[in-house]
Design a protein around this ligand. Structure first.
Ligand code: CO
Length: 143
């Protein structure tokens, strides 16, 4: 059976200081910065870095109660999530919920650059926070 997954969209890295992390990844490590965005609803500032055909996402909190603050406080900086692309997020969420997968988000929320995202709980994935990403227009609809 063909699964709903189209590929790795990006790997998310939690950082304490986005300016310092951008300098490290861009100026020291030589990654290309593709964009910088704030997601006020989620208390996040996000920098996307190019890595060939793949991408890395640097995530920093913009307020104390941001969803990533708990992770940073408990685990410190580091790999935070693996994001996989799906064509139809609503359909994939319904399928996973039906299969009994533990979801953090049962409905889509706004992601970077007009994408829609939802997270699968790491307790349901053997320890990896999995982000499902639907890119704008991926299912042929305009949103
Ligand atoms: Co992400």
């Amino acid at each position: 059976m063909a699964g709903p997954y189209l590929g790795i969209d990006h790997l998310g890295i939690a950082v304490g200081d986005l300016t310092a992390a951008r300098q490290t990844y861009r100026d020291l490590l030589g990654f290309t910065e593709l964009g910088l965005e704030e997601l006020p609803a989620r208390g996040l500032a996000v920098a996307m870095l190019g890595c060939g055909e793949s991408r890395l996402e640097l995530l920093a909190a913009t307020r104390a109660d941001a969803e990533i603050s708990t992770f940073l406080a408990r685990r410190g900086e580091g790999l935070h999530h693996v994001a996989v692309r799906v064509a139809d997020l609503d359909r994939t969420l319904a399928q996973l919920a039906h299969a009994g997968v533990r979801l953090i988000d049962t409905t889509a929320k706004p992601g970077a650059h007009g994408s829609r995202v939802a997270f699968v709980h790491p307790k349901g994935t053997h320890g990896v926070l999995l982000e499902l990403v639907e890119q704008p227009g991926a299912d042929g609809e305009t949103r």
